[in-house]
Design a protein around this ligand. Sequence first.
Ligand SMILES: NC(=O)C1=CN([C@@H]2O[C@H](COP(=O)(O)OP(=O)(O)OC[C@H]3O[C@@H](n4cnc5c(N)ncnc54)[C@H](O)[C@@H]3O)[C@@H](O)[C@H]2O)[C@@H](O)CC1
Ligand SMILES: Nc1ncnc2c1ncn2[C@@H]1O[C@H](COP(=O)(O)OP(=O)(O)O)[C@@H](O)[C@H]1O
Length: 289
Amino acid sequence: MNIPWHIYRSFAQQHFPDVLKPRAKDSHKGTHGTVGIIGGNVGMSGSVIMAAKAALKLGAGKVKIGFVQNSLPMPVLESQPEIMLYTAQQLLQQQDINAWLIGCGMGTDNNACHILQTLSEHQLHKPIVWDADALNLLAKYTKFHTLLNSNHIITPHPTEAARLLQQQTAEIQAQRTLAALNLYQQYHCISVLKGYQTLVQITDTQYYLNESGHAGLATAGSGDVLAGMMVSLLAQGMDCAQAACAAVWLHGVAAEILSLQQIGPIGMVATELIDAARQLRNQLLMTDN
Ligand SMILES: NC(=O)C1=CN([C@@H]2O[C@H](COP(=O)(O)OP(=O)(O)OC[C@H]3O[C@@H](n4cnc5c(N)ncnc54)[C@H](O)[C@@H]3O)[C@@H](O)[C@H]2O)[C@@H](O)CC1
Ligand SMILES: Nc1ncnc2c1ncn2[C@@H]1O[C@H](COP(=O)(O)OP(=O)(O)O)[C@@H](O)[C@H]1O
């Protein structure tokens, strides 16, 4: 099986040069940023766990989950004990988070709404990825609209985009370029319209159309993994535009690598993307020969 690393490397060099930056020899875990992930209501703990594993394996120094539950669903994450576990209320007290992800499996109940409000009011100056149920709450309550800024990224799939723009999913899909621009203009932040050929709207006039990946990505949790990868790059210091585009591209290429190994497209599962993305990130650091 031939994986075209040199082609991936030259594409990344051209479009997301920060992804190719090696770690400084004297770096420590603090250098690589701390990620805070809030979500995982009862029955959906898996969503934040997938996002957290993706964030850790894409290079964040520390990753902390804040479950939107009254108590922790487990005392330790046996499959990845490196990840620190809190309730959302506890995590919101912490001052050392460099970048936040909120929404994966969070639910839209009053408690979830209150937590989103607390985070968006008190951590406005930090990069925040708004995903899944954070987007559903954003669509439902106009009070959140003014809280978004250029430090923030929204990552709707077409149905979430339809809720945000008060349209039908079919309308979004019929005019995806317009929908991405409308999201950017209405919500004042980088807008990632997911699906086949994900669009990232970066400014009024600038967008990135992603061509990596395939339909194997249409599987439960794939968006949670993407969001975890994105917040990881943000915590490592990448700017929002580059982090959004790079994460989308890496996520797609990870799926391509798995298919080249006959792991997918059919039956490929979201967690399998994580190690493939880690391998890719390390391969990108190597020099062509
Ligand atoms: N293990 C877990 O705990 C998981 C939790 N998840 C969470 O479950 C919650 C519900 O998310 P869902 O996204 O399932 O529910 P939604 O009701 O938001 O959207 C699902 C529907 O959106 C439409 N859609 C999505 N992508 C589309 C595309 N590319 N083109 C056209 N239509 C498209 C489809 O009709 C699909 O049935 C979220 O909070 C999410 O984070 C999911 O991520 C799956 C895994
Ligand atoms: N046909 C497709 N081709 C390429 N990428 C796809 C396709 N379908 C889905 N994806 C990608 O898979 C991910 C699905 O995310 P999402 O809909 O949020 O799923 P989940 O909520 O289950 O995590 C997105 O990154 C999306 O762009």
